[in-house]
Design a protein around this ligand. Sequence first.
Ligand code: AMP
Ligand code: MG
Length: 484
Amino acid sequence: MKNYINWNFDNSYSKLPEAFKEIIKPVSVLNPELVILNEDLAKELGLDFSKIDKNELSALFAGNILPEGTSSIAQAYAGHQFGHFTMLGDGRAVLIGEHVTNQKKRYDIQFKGSGRTSFSRGGDGRAALGPMLREYIISEAIHSLNIPTTRSLAVTKTGEKVVRENLLEGAILTRVASSHIRVGTFQYIAAKQNIDELKMLVDYTVDRHYPEIKSSTTKAVDLLNLVIEKQCQLIVNWMRVGFIHGVMNTDNMTISGETIDYGPCAFMDQYDPKTVFSSIDKFGRYAFSNQAPIAKWNLARFAECLIPLIDKNEDQAIKTATQIIDNFQTIYEQKWLDMMKSKLGLIGDNKDDLKLINSLLNWMKESKADYTNTFCYLTDMPIKDEIYNDKRFIEWVQAWNNRSTLNNSNKENQIQFMKKVNPVIIPRNHKVEAALSDADKNNYETLYKLLSVIQNPYNPKVDVSEYQSLAPISKEKYQTFCGT
Ligand code: AMP
Ligand code: MG
């Protein structure tokens, strides 16, 4: 294929030693058919697909033909899955290479659902259309909400069936990430107990994501601090918009601080800190309010990997790492408080701010108020719901208005400030399901419409009331699945 597209591959990860990867190509598929291509993302990557016909695009995004300059691999990693350690790796994905833009930004280009690898552990290496489109929708929604995330460039049907509970349409997602280095990548290399390779991974990660500490003499410690900071920020952002990742295993936590692995994730509607959607999360390990403690737990696993590089004296290294991990709570709580204050448009500090925030959250929980819509209501949007006539809520609004006078700013400014952080649009579960169910019948209009609406979550340009309403009351709890 001629390079009309402007691919510019420069593959650094594949040059790492054997332990890090398996050299492997995507397994060809029978009858690829491109379903969706993300033109906006293509533009950001400096890629132009306009001169390529649909058949060729389909073959490209199915991995049947590889662009020039790729060097495709499956990456090795390990992970604590629901607390249990396992050696894993890309069992159904290949990284075809790293595309470097004119602005010198480096992106992993990965095919997910591209066939078996040596890490497949009995799996078929494939993915189904529904879960890949779901990842496309939610990752793009998270991006539009200004939250760091891996992105979705394309989804292609393979023309092959995959066997799950039913026979499903096979598909491949093209995932774009600033890298796929995970906490689990460190766990894999650390488990091999090869200190040179561990050092190599730290150096590689620092060069790629944290060049500011490149010449530090305490690189491992600095890296740990930076990753904690990034992850705190990420979780706070999830809490801001009511996002529940659903499967925060250590292999699904990036070192870059991007959201990764859109399996059973979903957005909370009615506020309840215990909300869990994933069918396999029986004990609520990854519930909404557990995301920060779990992030801390995962980062402690990351810290353990770095012990040999933190200090030659193991006891001292453990002491240092423990102290750093213990900071998580303080950093997180401060960021969370700042975030909640921004949602309520509160400027400056007042000793009762936390109390005010918690009393709203308690009311929301007891009244089963919609998380997104309650904040929209506070920004004077016309949200029709009788619960906002509740005496307790009206009293709370009075207290909030009193506190707001300390802002030294007018109401209009306060509301504009709030609108920047409180989304009007989230990909509501019933809307996502409707889009996927129509797509399964070869009707993509509902999907396209949903994707266009979620692009402007804070400032919708068209009437979006349909996307603000909750799902019709159903006896069945909404459940999500891992999508394997
Ligand atoms: P995930 O639940 O997507 O985070 O995946 C956990 C592990 O299972 C990773 O190593 C995946 O590569 C692997 N995996 C998931 N689905 C499949 C599949 N269909 N075939 C092979 N490996 C898979
Ligand atoms: Mg994963």
